[in-house]
Design a protein around this ligand. Structure first.
Ligand SMILES: Cc1cc2nc3c(=O)[nH]c(=O)nc-3n(C[C@H](O)[C@H](O)[C@H](O)COP(=O)(O)OP(=O)(O)OC[C@H]3O[C@@H](n4cnc5c(N)ncnc54)[C@H](O)[C@@H]3O)c2cc1C
Length: 358
């Protein structure tokens, strides 16, 4: 038997829980499906210092637990389940939480697009477990990592995917930034405000960042660059202590080296968690869900088209009427807890208004 829900919120990061708090207080009885990473990205951090309202800072997991409790207090139903397939082609929308025998949630989550499509097609042979009148998608994004064996275990222990969030913890520390695009330049400049020991590690011999950002970095007295260099190892017990590097010299010789390090910042991109919505919602070239206020290129194009046509009634609505999206999964640009929470609020208000008028 399918369970009928008025509003389903997919994801339990700041966007999902904020949407849940607003819609629960508006008596919409939302059901939040937390996914495998219950609490979202902030569960991997220690101190959250830039969310307004916490002058002393707050531990990431504690903050997320408070959001969950706040949503539950107003009547949101929080389910520790993963949404494994969706069909948004008809209303009520159909959603599934099961997986085929032998497929673990982790395997499902990590599967390549073709494999995921195969799995979801199998799932859809069964009747949907949930029928929803409206949906808010807030499945977040994850920082692209190098793929080193132990790197996940150093997240929040010297390894960071967000310099804006963590730079202040590295006052006068030895920090390395991996990448060669604008994000890497921005991260290096953010870190250089706190320490004069910033080194960018880049696998090529030139940056692909914009000229203006490159100039700022290359002329900065506190930022060094190591070209044609890759990180091969992260070493430490409770936190990062050293990193292993490989540098290709001009004569083609490979030099291996270990350097003391306090911080390693990944600036090689983010991947929106939108695989389950492929073919269902409009995604941009990077996989971000397109809404008329998403900060992706396609999102901005859609926004200006809608504005010109006087059509922006529900800025957080996706390409499917009744499906809204918020947080990092639509946000190519800011990716902060406060911006995700803000968008969660907007999606909640849009969903409420849309449900009332439909
Ligand atoms: C280590 C680290 C430190 C950070 N520090 C800061 C900081 O100090 N300050 C700051 O402002 N920001 C910080 N950030 C960024 C911040 O965490 C994100 O911007 C924010 O969490 C985005 O919120 P979100 O709700 O969009 O998504 P997320 O927090 O990514 O949550 C996504 C949720 O979706 C769920 N999900 C995914 N797929 C499915 C599915 N199929 N079914 C059900 N659920 C699903 C996941 O389980 C998860 O609960 C940090 C990020 C990291 C990784």
């Amino acid at each position: 038997m399918s369970e009928k829900k008025r509003l389903v919120i997919i994801g339990s990061g700041p966007a999902g829980y904020t949407a849940a708090i607003y819609t629960a207080r508006a008596q919409m009885a939302p059901a939040v499906y937390t996914g495998v990473e219950s609490g979202g990205q902030l569960m991997y951090t220690t101190e959250l210092e830039n969310f307004p309202g916490f002058p002393e800072g707050v531990m990431g997991p504690k903050f997320m637990w408070s959001l969950r409790q706040q949503a539950a207090r107003f009547g949101a139903e929080v389910k520790d389940q993963l949404i494994t397939a969706v069909d948004f082609s008809q209303r009520p929308f159909q959603l599934w939480t099961s997986l085929p025998k032998g497929v673990s949630p982790d395997e499902y989550k990590r599967s390549e697009p073709n494999r995921m499509a195969e799995i979801t097609a199998t799932i859809k042979h069964q009747p949907a477990e949930i029928l929803a009148e409206a949906v808010v998608v807030s499945t977040g994004a994850s920082g692209v990592m190098l793929g080193l064996e132990n790197e996940q275990s150093f997240l929040g222990k010297g390894l960071s995917v967000c310099a804006v969030c963590d730079a202040a913890f590295f006052r006068q520390k030895r920090v390395f930034v991996v990448g060669g695009g604008d994000s890497a330049m921005e991260d290096a400049l953010a870190l250089a405000k706190f320490t004069d020991q910033v080194t960018i590690l880049h696998r090529r011999d030139s940056f692909r960042a914009s000229k203006i950002m490159q100039d700022r970095v290359l002329n900065h007295p506190q930022i060094k660059v190591r070209w044609k260099t890759t990180v091969t190892e992260i070493i430490g017990t409770d936190k990062i202590e050293r990193i292993g590097l490989e540098t290709i010299e001009t004569d083609g010789k490979i030099i291996k080296q270990e350097l003391p390090a306090d911080g390693l910042f990944m600036a090689i991109g983010h991947k929106p968690v939108s695989g389950v919505f492929a073919g269902q919602l409009e995604l941009d070239a990077h996989g971000y869900i397109v809404t008329s206020q998403s900060y992706s290129e396609l999102g901005l194009t859609r926004a200006s088209q809608a504005l010109k046509a006087g059509l922006v009634q529900f800025p957080t609505m996706t390409s499917i009427e009744g499906v809204f999206a918020a947080g990092d999964v639509v946000d190519l640009r800011y990716k902060q807890a406060i911006t995700a929470a803000g968008m969660g609020c907007q999606a909640a208000l849009d969903a409420e208004r849309w449900l009332e008028t439909n």
